[in-house]
Design a protein around this ligand. Structure first.
Ligand SMILES: [Zn+2]
Length: 309
């Protein structure tokens, strides 16, 4: 019988589960639908049943969950999650502990991702800033080996750092970075500018534009798609300048769907960041695409108890 950690990534549509070995390998994965209307109790029961099937003869000694939103990591309570808007003040930690009878840690999903990147990404640093690029733009801070969570569980909200301009953000503030480089914005901009002869038009041919298609079009030389990534990269690079000045990270890891565009977005990020970073003799700073991708959230959640409990 082996001891394993259970990592849970609760998304608005799906909840993903992973059993993680003591060596940091995901040995078994599972997935179930997240149904907001069925309520949190149904989800917790679903997680427990799925995990029981996954673990077989082995035992789970620790459980961790990551979920988007404002999560009280001290009490393990979902204060508010944008994906599950009707779930307010859900004591997720207590509910999972009642089922599993082992220690449970709960945090914001991007904090779990940052912790996973730090612990298992092999970047060789104690100072790492991780951000995710997708529908939203999230951030997680590891400083001198500690996960920084903040007084109101809201540290690292990179997407809602002030940028410029008047775009209204989903959080209610005007001019957040997310309002300029979130998926919606990239796709909207591409749709507005593409023309009949563009590779993007051919690729999409009536289908919805996704960041993945946008990246493909850019690789095929589509000028609109290339411009969209270059501009987003420049904006992110400038915003990261503030992060570097405040936190002095050694490694910046980019995760999330749009990070799969690779150098299309990383190159302008790196070039711009250089311009907005105070020159220091021998400064150590790398911007890298995630090595763990979708696995980071599960790996980080599974071992969150180490840092939160
Ligand atoms: Zn915002």
């Amino acid at each position: 019988m082996q001891s394993e950690f259970l990592g849970i990534d609760i998304g608005g549509t799906n909840t993903r589960l992973g059993l993680v070995s003591s060596k940091g390998k995901i040995v078994s994965s599972g997935r179930l639908k997240t149904r907001m209307d069925a309520g949190p109790r149904a989800l917790v029961e679903g997680i427990f049943l799925k995990a029981a099937r996954m673990m077989g003869e082995n035992q789970i000694i620790q459980v961790g969950a990551g979920i988007a939103g404002l999560i009280d990591h001290r009490k393990g309570v979902i204060r508010f999650s944008p994906n599950l808007a009707s779930w307010r003040n859900v004591p997720l930690k207590d509910m999972l502990e009642q089922c599993f009878s082992v220690p449970v840690a709960v945090s914001n999903d991007v904090n779990a991702i940052a912790w996973g990147e730090y612990k298992y990404g092999g970047y060789g640093t104690e100072n790492l800033f991780c951000f995710t690029l997708g529908t939203g733009v999230g951030g997680g801070i590891i400083s001198d080996g500690a996960l920084i969570l903040g007084a109101n569980y809201a540290a690292g909200e990179f997407g809602h750092t002030s940028f410029e301009g008047n775009a209204k953000c989903s959080c209610g503030i005007t001019g957040c970075l997310e309002a300029y480089v979130g998926n919606d914005r990239l796709v909207r901009k591409a749709r507005r500018r593409m023309n009949l002869a563009s590779p993007l038009m051919k690729l999409t041919s009536g289908k919805e534009i996704t960041p993945r298609l946008l990246a493909r079009a850019a690789r095929e030389g589509d000028e609109v798609a290339l411009k969209v990534f270059a501009q987003a990269g420049r904006r992110i690079g400038k915003a990261l300048g503030n992060v570097v000045q405040l936190l002095d990270p050694e490694v910046i890891v980019v995760n999330g769907g749009v990070s799969k565009a690779g150098d299309l977005i990383l190159k302008p990020i790196r070039e711009t960041l250089k311009r907005y970073t105070m020159p220091l003799e021998g400064r150590k700073l790398r911007v890298m695409r995630s090595k763990l991708g979708d696995k980071a959230g599960i790996l980080g959640a599974a071992t969150l108890a180490e840092v939160l409990l």
